[in-house]
Write a protein that binds this ligand. Structure first.
Ligand SMILES: Cc1ncc(C[n+]2csc(CCOP(=O)(O)OP(=O)(O)O)c2C)c(N)n1
Ligand SMILES: [Mg+2]
Length: 432
């Protein structure tokens, strides 16, 4: 055309037409998997700067991977937290209990006892080991895959199951999706399904703690997919500007339901490297190495507590199972990804470390696993007495209208009466 227009747009001489890049995961169902593109450095080789160093000293670590457990299951290098054997065994137990709990609750969903469940298989170290590195009253703003923190803090399993079953003993009265716990006495903020909201809340809480002259710090956990939300950036900006005493964790399990991490920017840089732009400390850690996770969190918590400022920690890991009970990962990713995953299994790695130290044995581990299965079973049986999905043993119907207003306004009063009336018509035999 005379004005230089073409069918596709405006052409300028020999310039190529503009195009966008749409990320595509490396592997799809049935594909062979090759992880040789991943840079996995030797354990123990990463420098450990002073906890109150200028943030810039951590920047090389944003592109590295802090690792403590080596190929021979020994703990090596400056990040070795040198935990005593008893603490290591407690940590191992909490991780194995988290897994046993997940397995049983997954089956409970398949049996129709609850509508929904989410496992954290393969990611137990990111929550359990980091919880061990915090003070018990530090405030946690978790997402839905940090059940390991509640378990590490000793929250009763039976309360977790009551919540999952939305039964009459559910302390949240059936008002939250199963697994969206809330435990004020355990410093565990109510889980919200709205991704990344946890970050600004954690930063705000941390700022309030500082304003009050308190010594408690805040921490939060979101997935790598959630880091694409605007809330992520607002939170980092506030944390950086006010030097808030907060530790912000990104659990990079490489998948956000069926979207791979490339859609959150993983093809461009690491997630830890987001810290560099904000001028705050950043650490990238082997998320399947419980000792490295512990050490990174302890470093960041000490830094925050000493007014050294916020830290962004990326836990590099892999979501070994489906996103939730509503998901089928075989539809969008290769099953070989899990099999070939080079950072191993966090429970097995810690177990082998303890065995190598002579502080644990295969027999002890098997006995512990059997014990944990029983412990979870006892808790579920106890919770089942309070009801399961569909048995009607939930909180009385009218309670859904309570606890928001001190006095129920007339329009809600009317709605409540109407709801109860309609229910009597629909289910005349229903007893409340
Ligand atoms: C604001 C918002 N957007 C979308 C969703 C739907 N959603 C729930 S979980 C999820 C994936 C999150 O992935 P990631 O942050 O990587 O965490 P992961 O599930 O891998 O632990 C999405 C998109 C949501 N709950 N909230
Ligand atoms: Mg993810």
């Amino acid at each position: 055309m005379a004005d230089g227009r073409t069918g596709a747009g405006i052409s300028r001489g020999n310039l190529p037409p503009l195009e966008l890049h749409v990320p595509e995961p490396r592997y799809r169902p049935g594909d062979a998997v090759d992880y040789s593109y991943l840079a996995i450095p030797e354990a123990g080789k990463q420098p450990r700067p002073d906890e109150t160093c200028p943030a810039a000293e951590t920047f090389p670590l944003c592109d590295d991977l802090i690792r403590v457990l080596d190929e021979d299951h020994r703990a090596v290098g400056p990040w070795n937290p040198r935990l005593d054997a008893e603490t290591l065994r407690r940590m191992l137990r909490a991780m194995a209990l988290t897994r046993a709990f997940d397995d049983r609750m997954y089956r409970a969903q398949r049996q129709g006892k609850t509508s929904f469940y989410m496992k954290c298989t393969g990611e137990e170290a990111t929550s359990v080991a980091s919880a061990f590195a915090l003070a018990s009253d530090d405030m946690v703003f978790p997402s839905y895959r940090q059940q390991g923190i509640l378990i590490a803090r000793g929250y009763p399993l039976v309360e977790m199951v009551n919540q999952i079953y939305s039964n009459r003993a559910d302390v949240l009265k059936g008002r939250q999706l199963p697994i969206m716990y809330s435990a004020r006495d355990y410093g565990f903020f109510s889980i919200s399904g709205n991704l990344a909201t946890q970050y600004p809340q954690a930063v705000g809480w941390a700022m309030a703690s500082a304003i009050k002259g308190d010594t408690r710090i805040a921490t939060s956990y979101i997935g790598e997919g959630s880091s694409a939300e605007g809330d992520f950036h607002s939170a980092l900006m506030f944390a950086a500007v006010y030097n808030a005493p907060v530790v912000l964790n990104i659990v990079n399990n490489q998948w956000a339901i069926s979207s791979f991490s490339g859609f959150a920017g993983a093809e461009r840089s690491t997630f830890a490297a987001r810290a560099i732009g904000y001028g705050i400390a950043g650490l990238r850690v082997d998320g399947n190495d419980a000792l490295a996770v512990y050490a990174a969190m302890r470093w960041a918590a000490n830094r925050a507590r000493a007014n050294g400022g916020p830290t962004l920690i990326e836990h590099f890991t892999y979501r070994a199972e489906g996103h939730s009970t509503s998901d089928d990962p075989s539809a969008y990713r290769s099953a070989r990804e899990r099999e070939e995953w080079p950072l191993g299994d966090p429970v097995m790695r810690l177990k082998r470390h303890l065995v190598a130290l002579g502080e644990w044995s295969v027999e002890q581990h098997e006995a512990m696993d059997r014990e944990l299965v029983e412990e979870v079973k006892t808790a579920t049986k106890e919770a089942e007495k309070n009801g399961i999905l569909g048995h009607g043993m939930h909180h009385p119907f009218h309670t859904m209208f309570e606890d928001v207003f001190e006095e129920l306004p007339w329009h809600l009063q009317e709605q409540a009466e109407q709801a109860i009336r309609e229910r009597r018509v629909k289910w005349p035999d229903w007893k409340e």
